[in-house]
Write a protein that binds this ligand. Structure first.
Ligand code: B12
Ligand code: SF4
Length: 438
């Protein structure tokens, strides 16, 4: 049997290798031949589909749903069986089923081998959902050899935990992982990391320090491996200085941190109770003292946000010398608590926005409380422009970014790249990547 696994793309992104599909490859029986296409790197070859593929598996996020459905439709027209899985089909299985022969909701570790057997027997079920959640001691070593050798950043992606202990209103993670925060046995993580070819890696965990005793043990175990890595971490865990020291000692070079808002009221409304804006500066300084660069993630459009939010947020990000920042417009992802709240309040102006063909280009999809949708979009653009302006780049330069000096060397080239990205993608709305036709 031959299976083609596909990661759809709608625009240029960080070029980080996918992990879900190498895991599916690792779960597949040895006699199944697996091939992989990242839509960002290679055109999808439908002719190959006809000659060489029995089944196509596509991973779907809300942002890539429309493109995934387009690819699925093209294969199905040629008579090839299509299976969809991932975060978006888990939120909206019925919608996904309209475009596929079968939909896997939730994690796939236990159902994927059964699905393959059913497909071999011509007995594919419309939906698959495993009972409960995957035991992380049971996940296979991802078959990274299916990934293309060129086109990605030279790093490996590893996962130590699944889920998140927090319950932010706008986040898709709890819908997918429920109330679980699961920890992979540390010897398994260490063994996998030891075998990785690159010196650099990314932990794709939602919160690498979500469990205090586990994370300390994990970080200690990473020290002898001498890797350099980045990940995401919550402010809550970063308050503890021992965590910061261990992060630095274990090779952590930078962290993406969801500050989201400088307003306590917004954070409470969004159930992001773990963030306290009065602690932000101290935590940032402590990370910088330990040579860890920060990518700050901020969201605009919360109920308390008015015109002043853009200037206030960008000034904060510049003053605190953040290495990088991502500014996002609050988005009602399907089946999140935020989606349901704005829908119930009659403020959802565009339902199923992910099918509009302009995902991300026409946000916000809801009516903000204290400004117009247009003002929100304009302010969001100004924030990007100001943060990646030349005066800001200069002001944010920080000698202490990393004990290995690496961040000092990459600082200016990275900022120039982001300056260009801001001009083209955010200000002019141009996508460097054009969806390829088959
Ligand atoms: C790493 C990551 C990224 C990386 C992606 C790297 C890559 N090439 O995959 C980067 C930084 C590029 C990224 C970007 C974005 N991301 Co992101 N990201 C993540 C993160 C933290 C981990 C994803 C991951 O690797 N998980 C590990 C794998 C093993 O889990 P999995 O994908 O869920 O796969 C399992 C199952 O879903 C299933 N499965 C998955 N696919 C398939 C397919 C088939 C056929 C089958 C049978 C099963 C199956 O099997 C797997 C094993 O059980 C998640 C958070 C999360 N917990 O998922 C957010 C997350 C996926 N990202 C999110 C978002 C919003 C984005 C952006 C839109 C942000 C932005 N505004 O630009 C972009 C979109 C990128 C794009 N593709 O266009 C949201 C998605 C919400 C949604 N409803 O779609 C998440 C859930 C974060 C959140 N807190 O809400 N992201
Ligand atoms: S801390 Fe991050 S991953 Fe966890 S629920 Fe909040 S937004 Fe989602």
């Amino acid at each position: 049997m031959k299976i083609e696994l596909i990661a759809p793309a709608v625009e240029e992104n960080a070029r980080i290798p996918n992990l879900a599909l190498p895991i599916l490859a690792g779960l597949s029986p040895a006699d199944v031949e697996i091939s992989f296409t990242d839509d960002l790197l290679t055109p999808i070859d439908l002719e190959k589909g006809l000659k060489e593929v029995d089944l196509v598996g596509i991973t779907v996020l809300t942002k890539t749903a429309l493109r995934a459905y387009e690819i699925a439709g093209a294969y199905r027209k040629k008579g090839i069986t299509v299976v969809l899985g991932g975060i978006h089909p888990t939120a909206l299985p019925e919608e996904a089923k309209e475009h596929a022969d079968s939909v896997v909701t939730g994690e796939a570790e236990e159902v994927w081998p059964h699905l393959i057997e059913d497909a071999r027997m011509g007995n594919l079920k419309p939906f698959y959902r495993q009972e409960g959640y995957t035991k992380l001691s049971k996940i296979p070593i991802p078959r990274r050899e299916i990934l293309p050798r060129r086109g990605y950043l030279p790093l490996d992606v590893v996962q130590a935990t699944r889920g998140c202990p927090f319950r932010c209103e706008f986040c898709s993670v709890q819908k997918f992982f429920g109330n679980t925060y699961r920890l992979r046995p540390i010897p398994d993580v260490v063994e996998e990391v030891r075998r990785l070819p690159h010196r650099w890696m990314m932990f794709n965990d939602d919160n690498i320090i979500g469990n205090p005793s586990y994370s300390k043990e994990l970080l200690k175990a990473l020290i002898p491996l001498k890797k350099k890595w980045f990940s995401q971490a919550s402010l809550f865990g970063l308050k503890e200085i021992e965590n910061v020291e261990l992060l630095a000692a274990s090779g952590c070079n930078s962290l993406l941190i969801g500050f989201e808002s400088l307003s306590k009221k917004n954070l409470i409304r969004s159930q992001k109770f773990q963030n306290d804006p009065s602690e932000y500066r101290e935590i940032i300084e402590s990370l910088h003292r330990h040579g860890i660069a920060i990518c700050g993630s901020f969201v605009f459009g919360f109920d308390e946000d008015d015109f002043s939010v853009f200037e206030e947020t960008v000034s904060f990000a510049i003053q605190t010398k953040l290495f990088s920042a991502i500014f996002m417009i609050l988005t009602p992802y399907p089946e999140t608590a935020f989606y349901h709240r704005v829908k119930n309040e009659g403020r959802l102006v565009q339902d199923q926005w992910w099918l509009s063909g302009r995902s991300g280009d026409s946000a916000p999809y809801f009516l903000p409380r204290k400004m117009s949708a247009e003002a929100l979009r304009d302010g969001w653009k100004r924030a990007w422009k100001e943060f990646y302006s030349f005066p800001s780049i200069w002001k944010r330069f920080h000698w202490n970014y990393s004990p290995t000096l690496i961040n000092r060397f990459v600082y200016f080239p990275f900022q120039l790249m982001q300056h260009r990205f801001t001009k083209k993608k955010i200000l002019e709305g141009r996508r460097r990547y054009r969806t390829r036709l088959f």
